[in-house]
Design a binder for this molecule. Sequence first.
Ligand code: SF4
Length: 330
Amino acid sequence: MQLKDNFDRPIKYLRLSVTDRCNLRCFYCMPEEGMHFLPKNQLLSYEEMLRITDIYSGMGVNKIRITGGEPFVRKDLIHFLEKLSKNPLLNKISITTNGILTKAFLPQLKALGIHQINLSLDSIDEQNFKKITRRDVFTTVMDTFYQLLADGFQVKINAVIMEGINDHEILDLANLARMHPVSVRFIEEMPFNGSGKSKKLNTWNHQKIHKQLESHFINFRKITAPENSTSANYTFDGASGNVGIIAAHSRTFCGTCDRIRITSTGEMRNCLYGHNVLNLKKLMREGCNDSEIKTQIIDVIQQRAKDGFEAEKLRGQLNPIEESMSVIGG
Ligand code: SF4
């Protein structure tokens, strides 16, 4: 069977957050003091995650992205990935990481057939990196970046563009795609900053980022993006890689949305901007069997919003966006 929502969109992509913890403190994601990270028993166990991925892959999900917080801060992640990679119904397992602990696991990831890595990198200026992440680990992260390239991984860089913070680095970041076979993606800033307070206006939306790139690179032109991709991709003369623009706040790509999210606490989320719709951890711990859980998943997937704006509206006044991205998993 192929799970489909109430807009007939097939659901093929699961973003699974394995932890709410992170070893960075990016100011657009969480407060400096960090958050009240949850005790382990409130997080899904690896066995529960495997059961959930089996249930969804049995309903047509064939792609899983492992997110966090920072996935590699969770102990024994590689053993979980070993078991997950044995699921014959999955075509692709990919990971989003900040690169601090990642390098040591590259040989094992390669051996498991996990070739696609998204590296969160908002700055390639050491001082600015430190200002954004509140951690002094720039060299370690760049080491991982070059090792990923050297080992032949498919690397995508995720850079959130923030007004007056790293907007001056857009061209430097894009130039990484001139020098390396990498996809540098510029992401609009989103309100998931753990405080709910929206900061000063950020004018760097997808159009403005596009204009900046187009005005600088020769023969800047659109290229075909993978099906259902949230990224609009471009190349330019002399590029070894490409650049992408993700209109994450403008939400221009919801019409073909094929993804759902599972938080590290086992909450299913039909849309990034929506609220949690089903507590899978509770169902499993109450003893529900797989077919009972499948029935509930099919039920809530029929209540999806048509896009991220509607999903945000449906949260209502009493439930504004206040959570940190590290709780959702991006
Ligand atoms: S904003 Fe929501 S509906 Fe739109 S692409 Fe993201 S998850 Fe899908």
